[in-house]
Write a new protein. Structure first.
Length: 310
C-alpha cells in the first residue's frame, strides 16, 4: 500500500469521477485507475461502485477512505516539521472565501502574502459557507474565511475581526432622514436580500427580526452580489444591509445613503476556519497576521457590538 494509492482513492471520492480525479492529481486517467485497482486488489475489497454515476464508495469503502484521509494528513506533518525547522513558509495553501468578504478583503491580503512569502502558492475559490465546510471535510480546501460561529465539532474557528453591518437606504425612504437606525426601523422597508444559501442573508434576517424578503411590487430578485443589492436600492428604492468593508467601494453620493445602527451595533464575526486535523499551522498564522494588518483597528474588537448568528 502506498501514499500515492491512498491519495488517488481520496481524489476519486472527493470528485466522484475518475476522469476529474486524474486531472486534479495531474496524471492520466488510466494511471490513476490502475493504482486504485491495485489498492483494491491488495485489500481484497471494492472501494468504489463503478456501476453508479457519479462513482460512489461502497460501505467498506467509506470506512477505508475516512482512514486514508487521516493517514495522508498525518504523513503531511513530516513536511510541515521540516518547513518549521527551516523557518520558511512555502508550499500550497488552498483557501475558500465567502463572496461577501472576498472582493473587499483579499486584494490587499493577497498582495502582502505574495510579497512576504514568495515560496507560498495560494489557490483561492469563492464558495458559500456550506460549500467551504464540505470542502474542508473532504480535503479539497485547507482553510476558509467566513462568518462564524458554525458550532461544527469537526471545524476549528479562529476569529480574526468583527465587521459592522450598515444600512443602505434609498433617498425616497422615510428612514433617509434618520442619522442612526434601530433594527426594528427596517420592518417598514422593502429589504433587498442575497440568495438563499448565503450566510449574510440569514444574518440580515436576524437583524431585521422579520421574514420579509426582497419582494417589491410583485418582483422577486435573487442575487449573490452585494453590488447588485446596492444597484437595486439606487434604482428601485427600498433598503439593504452591507458589510462595512464594502463602503470603500462606494462613491460620495452612495456614502450619503449609509446609516449606522445604534449601539450595540450588529456585526458579523469573520474567522479563519480549518478542519480539526489541519497541519499547516505556520501558513495559517501568516495569513491571519496579514488579514489583521489589512483591517481597521476598530474591527479587531467586538466591544459594544452584537455578533449576529448565522
Amino acid at each position: 500500500m502506498t501514499l500515492v494509492q491512498l491519495e488517488y482513492a481520496v481524489a476519486v471520492d472527493t470528485y466522484r469521477s475518475f476522469v476529474t480525479a486524474a486531472e486534479k492529481c495531474f496524471v492520466t486517467q488510466p494511471t490513476l485507475s490502475m493504482q486504485v485497482q491495485k489498492l483494491e486488489e491488495l485489500l481484497n475489497v471494492k472501494i468504489f461502485d463503478r456501476s453508479k454515476q457519479p462513482v460512489t464508495p461502497t460501505e467498506i469503502g467509506i470506512q477505508i477512505l475516512e482512514q486514508a484521509r487521516i493517514v495522508l494528513q498525518e504523513s503531511g506533518k513530516i513536511k510541515e516539521l521540516i518547513s518549521s525547522q527551516q523557518q520558511e513558509i512555502s508550499g500550497e495553501l488552498r483557501l475558500g472565501v465567502i463572496p461577501t468578504v472576498a472582493p473587499y478583503l483579499l486584494p490587499g491580503v493577497i498582495s502582502a502574502m505574495m510579497k512576504n512569502f514568495p515560496g507560498l502558492k495560494l489557490l483561492i475559490w469563492e464558495y458559500t459557507t456550506e460549500d467551504i465546510v464540505h470542502h474542508l471535510k473532504t480535503g479539497v480546501l485547507d482553510c476558509g474565511i467566513l462568518a462564524t460561529p458554525l458550532t461544527d465539532p469537526n471545524i476549528l474557528e479562529y476569529p480574526v475581526f468583527y465587521e459592522n453591518f450598515v444600512s443602505y437606504i434609498s433617498k425616497n425612504s422615510k428612514l433617509f432622514k434618520k442619522k442612526t437606525l434601530d433594527p426594528d426601523d427596517l420592518q417598514q422597508e422593502n429589504v433587498w436580500l442575497l440568495n438563499e444559501g448565503h450566510c449574510m442573508r440569514e444574518q440580515v434576517l436576524n437583524i431585521c427580526r422579520t421574514t420579509k424578503n426582497n419582494r417589491l411590487q410583485g418582483l422577486e430578485y435573487n442575487t449573490g452580489s452585494v453590488e447588485t443589492l446596492i444597484r437595486m436600492v439606487d434604482l428601485n428604492d427600498g433598503a439593504t444591509l452591507l458589510p462595512e468593508l464594502a463602503l470603500a467601494e462606494l462613491n460620495s453620493k452612495q456614502l450619503n445613503k449609509i446609516r449606522h445602527f445604534k449601539t450595540p451595533e450588529p456585526v458579523r464575526e469573520i474567522s479563519l476556519v480549518t478542519h480539526k486535523n489541519f497541519i499547516k499551522k505556520r501558513m495559517l498564522q501568516a495569513l491571519k497576521d496579514e488579514i489583521t494588518n489589512a483591517i481597521p483597528k476598530e474591527m479587531k474588537t467586538k466591544k459594544k457590538k452584537e455578533v449576529i448568528a448565522i
